[in-house]
Design a protein around this ligand. Structure first.
Ligand code: GDP
Length: 480
C-alpha cells in the first residue's frame, strides 16, 4: 500500500517529474518522497496505461505478523493469566495492587517490593498470576490498538462507599471493548458506609449483572486495607483463567509486550516487558518496533538480576538502542544483523511516512501563502546535536536558492527541540523545524501537533537537504 512517488516512478520506468506532473495537472500536490494514495495510484495506472496492484510495502518487515509462524501448537503449555486492574480514581486501584503484591510475596523477598512497579507476578495456590498496572483506561486501549493485547482478564475496582462514578463507566466501555472477561472488585468493604448492593444495582443498570442476580459478572467484596476478600479475588481469577485455557509455546522465539519503557541514567533504555511466547534470555537478539539490541541484563519484578523470563513473567530488559513505546512488541531474532536490519527498515518507513505527512501539510499551507504573494521563502529552524553539523547544514541550506524561493534560517542552534523553538516557529508563517540527530520530547511533539508546527528529524544530512530541496521545488511549481 505504501509506495512513494519516486519508487512508483522507478517501478514503471518514468521519472518522478512525470508522475508529479500528472498528479499536479489534476490538482494533487505531491513531492517525490510522498506516499501515493489509492486513488492517485489508480489515476497514474490509467494515465500510463499500466496495471497497478496494491501491496503492502511494509510486508517484508512486518516481524510481528511473521512471528505467528514461530508458534507450534504441539509445544503449547498452559500459561499464567495477565490481569489489569482499572477503576475510578481513588477507588483503590493502587492500594489493591500493592496489597496483593505485599501479601503474596515471601517476607524474605519483601525488600525488593518497596517501590511501586508496573507489573509483577504472584503465586496463588501454586499457580502464577501476573498483574499489570496500566496508567489508565485510555492507555489500556491505546496499547491494544498497537496490537499489544497483553491483558487476559480485567478487574474493575469500584469503591463500596462511592459506587459507580464517571470513570467507572468509561472503564466498563474499555473493558467490554477488549473482549476480556471482567471481574468486579468492590473495594473498601471495611468501611461502615460500604454498600455492596448499591454497587451491584448500579453496575447491573450498565449491563454488568452480578452472577447472584442471574447475570454473568462476578462481584467480589475486598478491602485493600485489611486484605479481606483478596484470596477470594485471586481464586476467581484462576477460575476465569482456567476457562480461557491460556496457552503459549515456550520453545518459540521470544515475543514480549512492552508495558513501560524509559531512559535511565547510566543504564540506557530500560523496558518493562511481559513474555507472551518463548523465553526471554540474556544475550537474545531482539527487535522492538524501530528499536533493536541484545539483551544485556534482565531484572525480575523483585529487582533481582535473572538470566531469563518465562511465559507471562515480567521484568525489565536492558540492551535496546533506544526507548521503545509502551505497547511495542519485542521479538527475538536469529542474529544481531537481522535485528538491526528490521528495526532500521521500520524506522525508515516510519520516518518517510511521517515526513510525507508533514511536508504535505506545510506545503499546502504554503502554496496558499505563495499564491497570495505573501512569502517567497521557506523559513526554517535548525537544531543539531553538535556544532559541526549545524554549520554544515546551515551552509548547504543557504546555498539552495533560486530566483523564486530561498531558505530563510530563522534560528539555528545546538541542542534538543524545545518549546521555545515552537514559539519561534509559530511566530513566523510556514516555518518548519529541522532536527538533526535530535528529537523532540513527547510533550514538545504534542504541543507541536496542537500548534500546527511541523517538526522533521533526520540522522543523515543528505536526507535533510534533499527534503528541503523537494519542498522548494514544490513551492516553485505552485508559483508557476
Ligand atoms: P487509586 O486512585 O484507585 O489508585 O486509589 P488509591 O489506592 O490511591 O486509594 C485512594 C484512597 O482510598 C487512599 O486514601 C487509600 O488509603 C484509600 N483506600 C484504598 N483502599 C481502601 C480500602 O480497602 N479501605 C479503605 N478504608 N480505604 C481504602
Amino acid at each position: 500500500e505504501d509506495i512513494r512517488v519516486y519508487e512508483f516512478a522507478e517501478a514503471c520506468g518514468k521519472s518522478p517529474a512525470e508522475v508529479i506532473t500528472v498528479l499536479f495537472g489534476l490538482g494533487m500536490m505531491v513531492t517525490k518522497n510522498d506516499f501515493l494514495k489509492q486513488d492517485e495510484l489508480e489515476i497514474l495506472g490509467e494515465e500510463f496505461g499500466i496495471e497497478v496492484t496494491v501491496k503492502d510495502a511494509l510486508e517484508d518487515v512486518n516481524y510481528v505478523e511473521d512471528y505467528q509462524e514461530e508458534v507450534d501448537i504441539s509445544h503449547f503449555v498452559t500459561r499464567p493469566p495477565v490481569v489489569t486492574i482499572m477503576g475510578h480514581v481513588d477507588h483503590g486501584k493502587t492500594s489493591l495492587l500493592d496489597k496483593i503484591r505485599s501479601s503474596k510475596v515471601a517476607s524474605g523477598e519483601a525488600g525488593g517490593i518497596t517501590q511501586h512497579i508496573s507489573a509483577y507476578t504472584i503465586e496463588q495456590s501454586g499457580q502464577k498470576i501476573t498483574f499489570v498496572d496500566t496508567p489508565g483506561h485510555a492507555a489500556f486501549s491505546a496499547m491494544r490498538a498497537r496490537g499489544a493485547d497483553v491483558t487476559d482478564i480485567v478487574i474493575i475496582v469500584v469503591a463500596a462507599d462511592d459506587g459507580v462514578m464517571p470513570q467507572t463507566e468509561e472503564v466498563i466501555s474499555h473493558a467490554k471493548a477488549s473482549g476480556c472477561p471482567i471481574i468486579v472488585a468492590v473495594n473498601k468493604m471495611d468501611k461502615e458506609t460500604a454498600n455492596m448492593d448499591m454497587v451491584k444495582a448500579q453496575m447491573a443498570e450498565r449491563e454488568m449483572t452480578p452472577v447472584d442476580w442471574g447475570g454473568d459478572v462476578e462481584f467480589i467484596g475486598v478491602s485493600a486495607h485489611t486484605g479481606m476478600g483478596i484470596d477470594d479475588l485471586l481464586e476467581n481469577i484462576l477460575l476465569q483463567a482456567e476457562i480461557l485455557e491460556l496457552k503459549a509455546d515456550p520453545k518459540a522465539k521470544v515475543k514480549a509486550a512492552v508495558v513501560e519503557a524509559s531512559l535511565e541514567k547510566g543504564r540506557g533504555p530500560v523496558a518493562t516487558v511481559i513474555v507472551q511466547n518463548g523465553i526471554l534470555r540474556l544475550g537474545d537478539n531482539i527487535v522492538c518496533d524501530t528499536t533493536y539490541g541484545r539483551v544485556k541484563a534482565i531484572t525480575n519484578d523483585l529487582g533481582k538480576p535473572v538470566k531469563e523470563l518465562g511465559l507471562s513473567e515480567t521484568g525489565t530488559v536492558l540492551g535496546l538502542n533506544e526507548v521503545p513505546a509502551a505497547g511495542a512488541i519485542m521479538v527475538g531474532q536469529d542474529s544481531d544483523k537481522e535485528a538491526r536490519d528490521i528495526a532500521t527498515k521500520r524506522a525508515e518507513h516510519a520516518r518517510a511516512k511521517e515526513l510525507s505527512k508533514s511536508t504535505k501539510v506545510s506545503l499546502e499551507e504554503m502554496s496558499g501563502l505563495i499564491a497570495e504573494g505573501k512569502i517567497k521563502q521557506l523559513p526554517v529552524i535548525i537544531k543539531t546535536d553538535v556544532a559541526g553539523s549545524l554549520e554544515a547544514i546551515k551552509g548547504s541550506l543557504e546555498k539552495i536558492q533560486n530566483d523564486e524561493v530561498k531558505v530563510k534560517v530563522v534560528h539555528a542552534g545546538v541542542g534538543g527541540i524545545t518549546e521555545s523553538d515552537l514559539v519561534l516557529a509559530s511566530a513566523s508563517e510556514g516555518c518548519i523545524i529541522l532536527g538533526f540527530n535530535v528529537r523532540p520530547t513527547g510533550s514538545v511533539k504534542n504541543k507541536a501537533k496542537a500548534d500546527g508546527v511541523t517538526i522533521n528529524t533526520y540522522s543523515i544530512i543528505y536526507d535533510l537537504i534533499d527534503d528541503v530541496k523537494d519542498a522548494l521545488s514544490g513551492m516553485m511549481s505552485a508559483i508557476i
